[in-house]
Design a protein. Sequence first.
Length: 253
Amino acid sequence: MPLIIKDEYPEKLFRDDGKRLDGRDKTELRPIKMDVGVVENADGSAYLEWGNNKIFAAVYGPREVHPHHLAKPDRGILRVFYRMTTYSVFERKRPAPGRREKEISMVIADCLRPLLFLELYPGTSFEVFLEVMDADGGTRCAATTVAALALADAGIPMKSLVTAVAVGKIDDELVVDLSGIEDKAGQADLPCAITWFNEELSLLQFDGNMNLKQMEEFLSLAKTALSEIYQIQLDALKKKYIEIQEEVSGGNS
Ligand code: UDP
């Protein structure tokens, strides 16, 4: 599937057969693949491919806070570093973290913080590094989703996972999981995330225009998509433990 070429936006985002440009139906997700335990030197890690997006997540902690003055005497702190590699997009991205990456790191931290028991880890830090190797729309949602998996892989006590997806409007139709070109050439983009332990939204951003009825429809579409993605997260975690179990029972026989 070709990645987006900047400024070459098609006039229509639906084909004559009613499908989206990448062949999907309106409520269909791009193919998603997740694995955990992929970075040897991290306490926990995960890798995700979501359409053309490719993202690594590595988690370290609880560990000493650097620089020390950031440490909190009554709780641990969570730091998230979302970065896009220079080669992850069509036009070279400047290597230094820009405002967009700082904002996305902040919103992802806001999604992850409610999951953790930071009050049990005074004076320490949890650090989540998110490296976008290939980007094609929805990277903040994909990064949030894979970050939760890496935290779980690190064995950090968590209230639940968090899952994120973007829904949007293209050519006046509501669709799920916007690709890069749909994000840029569409009419609305609404990334959202749900924390499963309380079923609350922990991310809701909005860019574009829609009426209140469409907003309700959006949230209902998002809920269905989020449940589907949550299942893939759970399967990725279970896969690791099934493999360990098989290794152990193989070794005993
Ligand atoms: N993008 C890009 N260059 C940039 C930032 C973003 O080409 O410097 C592309 C990338 O494919 C990204 C998409 O634009 O996924 C949409 O970016 P946005 O800021 O809306 O965040 P995202 O949808 O990835 O969460």
